[in-house]
Design a protein around this ligand. Structure first.
Ligand SMILES: C[S@@+](CC[C@H](N)C(=O)[O-])C[C@H]1O[C@@H](n2cnc3c(N)ncnc32)[C@H](O)[C@@H]1O
Length: 257
């Protein structure tokens, strides 16, 4: 079954804009996703290994912090935390919850942080919202704000695996990870760039929850018009005796300074 759609691929931006879900539905989908997957736990373990190797842990910058599921636990390892988040509802929610954080409610490319430097910069599942042609300059800006001895951690979904197959049924997911990796090595040297891989297992008891997660992963609300096909796809391809299981392969790109 292949469904052709007018909606954009997951490396969404290209030159087209994405119609995000309204906040209430986005928060609901995000909560179902976080509740049903092991990713944040595994991601925190991998990030913990990086943080343990830092020569100092004074300042942490989280770019595109979203609901703060990673920001909050990671912040406990640092003296100061700065968040850049363009979604004003998410930014204000995070600021209310963590008054000690400095929250900048803007896009990364528009933020001016002067000569400020951070020991650890995280950018997890954000690159999809940025045109692929701007990825290198986006990462270069992060590198500029990195303390000597610090590291940037970028998490992005792999173009291989079950979630990528799910994408290819309904849209495209054609991020050029190898190209990005090569560009980073050419720019910073192979000693400075490292790639790690981890697998997030998404498990739900109900088909409704797996469909919500599918829509959350696809990001664009226009996919709602394909809800029946998405439901059928999970029923056919991801049903297990106890529920529904989908594996998401993630890539962690590390750049050290
Ligand atoms: C899928 S969420 C990831 C949240 C969190 N980092 C995590 O991994 O759980 C993507 C977040 O990136 C933010 N975002 C989108 N475009 C951005 C940009 N240009 N600069 C910074 N953040 C951006 C969105 O508002 C959203 O909160």
């Amino acid at each position: 079954m292949t469904v052709s759609t007018d909606v954009p691929p997951k490396n969404i931006c290209g030159d087209r804009s994405v119609e995000m879900e309204e906040d209430g539905e986005y928060q609901r989908q995000l909560a179902v996703f976080v509740h049903s997957c092991t990713e944040k736990g595994i991601e925190l373990v991998k990030i913990g290994e990086l943080i343990a190797g830092l020569p100092q842990r004074r300042s942490f910058l989280d770019i595109g912090a979203g609901g703060g599921d990673l920001t909050l636990p990671i912040s406990s390892s640092f003296e100061a935390t700065t968040v850049v988040e363009p979604n004003s509802l998410q930014a204000h929610r995070l600021q209310r919850r963590c008054p000690g954080f400095r929250v900048v409610n803007d896009r990364w490319d528009r933020v001016a942080l002067g000569a400020e430097r951070f020991d650890f910069i995280l950018c997890s599942h954000v690159l999809y919202y940025i045109p692929e042609g701007a990825w290198l300059s986006t990462i270069e800006k992060m590198h500029t704000h990195l303390e000597s001895g610090g590291c940037v951690a970028i998490v992005i979904q792999s173009p291989m695996g079950e979630v990528a197959e799910f994408f290819s049924r309904f849209t495209r997911y054609d991020v050029n990870i190898l190209g990005l990796w090569g560009d980073l090595i050419r720019k910073y040297g192979d000693e400075a760039v490292e790639v790690r891989y981890f697998v997030n297992e998404i498990y739900t008891e109900s088909l409704d929850d797996m469909v919500s997660i599918g829509l959350f992963l696809l990001i664009d609300r226009n996919f709602r018009s394909h809800e029946d096909e998405i439901r059928k796809y999970f029923e056919e391809c991801h049903k297990t005796p106890g529920g529904y299981r989908l594996r998401q392969d993630d890539i962690l790109l590390v750049i050290r300074k």
